[in-house]
Ligand binder design. Structure first.
Ligand code: ATP
Ligand code: MG
Length: 582
């Protein structure tokens, strides 16, 4: 049986006022509800109530890992630099990787992810195809020196992640584990009570090609998503873009004076044509210093990830660099570019025979510049960031937009780490082969914040029962008397006996304070015990999620709540709904 927790003894310092620097509801409410405190940018302490929630999220995640046969391990948080040199990421990772030296001058980093470490653990020991597949996971603090830590747990520098790694002899075996893992990640979101969707994504620093992100939908999520009624969805950061630029038709190429016009918006207004009929030029250099000029439709943005895919190491030119090439900012175009420039354009522009572009002369633009006649394009590619209104790459219908929080991601890594780090096994045919790998990550602390982001109102948090710091709060309206408090204690004990986690607000506080704290902290069910109700043999139940109240017979309170307790123990996210006919 659970013991009843007492508010009078709990370290749960709630705040009446909103903390000044917390923009997002989840950040604000986790602070106000006394669940965590900030120590420095992106560094937080979990206080007892927050810790209870975090532990529950972790237990759900670990439970789903165990259920698909992944085995738990724990790797060191501090990792030797040597391994990162082997994979090449010591140089590739950039300033997010926090590096340090020990007393002997040996270099280490604080683990932002553990592909290198896990690969070094299994190489030399995992030797035969007969031992495969292997899938290992850990739940551990990670450190990434994020350029902009913000929104509390959403983008911390130190945060809790569950990371899993799998090793396979064949692509089919990887696919199987990848599918199992995706299933588990979906169930984790469901059990957290999240409204979510899987989206196509980019693999970023981690590597590999096939990858899916699991997004909790949220108005203020950092990620932009495009989705279609056919079921297709993608992270706009990476999704394929099929856009339809338009053409400003002219009889021949003409140079026109456009004084003061520097942006696409100004150009479109000046010529009274849509932005999609103007072509935007962006000049930069790739890793080898090659001058590259990209063209995209004026109503779209050049996508950084795609630009880097086509021109590894691509960076926009500085103003001085542009000047040295004779490129005028705000009037760049494809006609008369320096010979050394490599010209790449979004593939959608292939169908536009006449372009409206800069004239490579400040204050002038060209209309009717003919593709293949007045200028040439060296290569075509998907270069734009997809946006709502573009066509669905799966079915061609119009894409819609949404925002989300990336709570987890699964990756098919292939042999990136096993090859670079020499991790091989003996295959059935007697040859040595590099492992085919997968890796999988859940943001445990970010998931906790995402739940709050989706489930809150002005008064506070509305936890699902699966991760609530406790399930029921019994609130005696007065304490120290010989009627109300003993009744509340009795009810609390009886509910705890049902297997519920019960808190009693036994503080000598005004009813208003107790109600406000109960709403703020977000216990799923409140049981209010007062003198007047008791005189009629009644107590009041309040469902935090809706704020709806009802009476219940004090004498039969256990029978009333028992079916909900059963649902709860069976894993229901909102088991108390049924008490309110939901
Ligand atoms: P993001 O794009 O948001 O920076 P990521 O794609 O770099 O995240 P992954 O490497 O996929 O992150 O890490 C796995 C999970 O860890 C993410 O899905 C996310 O839930 C969590 N996570 C990543 N960075 C942070 C962070 N700075 N704070 C909290 N959680 C994070
Ligand atoms: Mg990710």
């Amino acid at each position: 049986m659970n013991t009843v927790m007492r508010m009078s003894r709990m370290y749960a310092p709630t705040l009446r006022e909103d903390p000044s620097d917390a923009e997002l509801a989840s950040h604000r409410l986790l602070l106000r509800a006394g669940m965590m405190r900030k120590n420095a940018a992106g560094l937080y302490t979990f206080l007892p109530l927050g810790m209870r929630v975090l532990n529950k999220v972790e237990a759900i995640v670990n439970g789903e890992m165990d259920a698909i046969g992944s085995e738990q391990i724990l790797m060191p948080f501090v990792q030797p630099a040597d391994l990162w040199h082997e994979s090449g990421r010591w140089d590739d990772y950039g300033p997010e990787l926090a590096r340090l030296k020990d007393r002997h001058g040996v270099e280490y980093c604080l683990g932002p992810t553990h592909e290198e470490l896990i690969t070094s653990v299994v190489r030399n020991e995992l030797r035969s195809y007969k031992q495969l597949p292997v899938c290992l996971y850990q739940t551990q603090v990670k450190f990434r020196d994020e350029i902009r830590p913000r929104f509390g747990l959403m983008r911390g520098r130190e945060f809790l992640m569950k990371d899993a790694y799998s090793f396979h002899a064949t692509q089919e075996s990887l696919q199987e584990t990848y599918d199992d893992m995706s299933g588990a990640y979906g169930r984790i979101c469901d059990r957290l009570g999240l409204e979510w969707r899987p989206v196509e994504a980019d693999s970023g620093q981690i590597g590999g090609k096939v990858t899916t992100e699991f997004m909790a939908l949220a108005e203020y999520g950092e990620a932009e998503i495009v989705h279609c009624e056919c079921g297709y969805a993608a992270d706009a950061e990476a999704g394929e873009c099929i856009c339809a630029p338009s053409m400003n038709e002219c009889e021949s190429m003409q140079k026109i004076s456009t004084p003061g016009v520097h942006t696409i918006e100004e150009l479109a207004t000046f010529l009274n044509i849509p932005e999609s009929a103007c072509m935007k030029a962006l000049s930069g250099k790739d890793a080898e210093g090659r001058l590259i000029v990209f063209f995209v439709p004026g109503d779209h943005e050049l996508n950084d990830i795609k630009a880097n895919r086509e021109a590894p190491g691509f960076e926009l030119l500085t103003d001085e660099e542009m000047e040295s090439y004779g490129l005028p900012k705000g009037s760049m175009g494809p006609v008369g570019l320096p010979d050394i420039a490599f010209v790449m354009a979004d593939r959608s522009l292939k169908d536009i025979p006449q372009w409206t572009v800069g004239a490579n002369e400040d204050g002038y633009h060209l209309v009717g510049a003919r593709l293949g006649v007045d200028f040439k394009v060296d290569a075509w590619a998907d270069l734009c960031t997809v946006k709502p209104g573009d066509a669905c790459p799966k079915c061609g219908k119009t894409l819609m937009g949404a925002r989300g929080i990336e709570v987890s991601q699964v990756f098919q890594l292939g042999t990136k780490y096993s090859e670079s780090m020499g991790a091989t096994f003996m295959d059935e045919d007697g040859t040595e082969k590099p492992f085919i790998m997968g890796c999988y990550g859940v943001g445990v602390s970010r998931s906790m914040a995402s739940v709050v982001e989706q489930r809150h109102d002005d008064a506070g948090i509305m936890w699902p029962a699966t991760v609530a710091p406790a399930h029921v709060c019994v609130i005696p309206l007065t304490v120290g008397d010989d009627l109300v408090q003993p009744a509340a204690e009795e009810i609390a004990a009886a509910l705890a006996e049902l297997g519920l986690e019960v808190v009693i607000d036994d503080r000598n506080e005004r009813a208003g304070v107790k109600f406000a704290d109960a709403d703020l902290i977000g216990w799923p069910l409140q049981v209010v015990v007062g003198k007047r109700g008791l005189a009629d043999g009644k107590v009041e139940l309040k469902l935090r999620k809706t704020g709806v109240k009802r009476d219940a017979e004090r004498a039969s309170i256990v029978e009333v709540i028992a079916p909900a307790a059963e649902d709860l123990l069976a894993g229901a996210v909102d088991p108390f709904d049924r008490l309110f006919d939901l």
